[in-house]
Design a protein around this ligand. Structure first.
Ligand code: SF4
Length: 81
């Protein structure tokens, strides 16, 4: 399951550089996670790195992108060749 950033985001800029998949970019108003790139850090880290650094606790699972750990691993491998 990819993650998403809620409206509670304060644009603190802590998370984009933590993402191993370059999935986080600035959107129209707040940072956004590209669900097609987010693997919940499966393949790279033990835990979602953006959630660890977010001071606003505004990063949650994206219910529209339900994926198994195996699917997330395959997604990671696909992204990184
Ligand atoms: Fe990137 Fe990991 Fe956050 Fe997904 S969970 S956006 S892969 S840092």
């Amino acid at each position: 399951m990819a993650l998403l950033i809620t409206d509670d985001c304060t644009n603190c800029d802590a998370c984009p550089t933590e993402c191993p998949n370059d999935a986080i970019t600035m959107g129209d108003e707040i940072f956004v996670i590209d669900a097609f790139k987010c693997t919940e850090c499966v393949g790279a880290e033990e835990e979602p790195q953006c959630m660890l650094v977010c001071p606003a606790d505004c990063i949650l699972p994206n219910p529209e992108f339900a994926e198994t750990p195996e699917e997330l691993q395959a997604k990671y491998e696909n992204l990184h060749g």
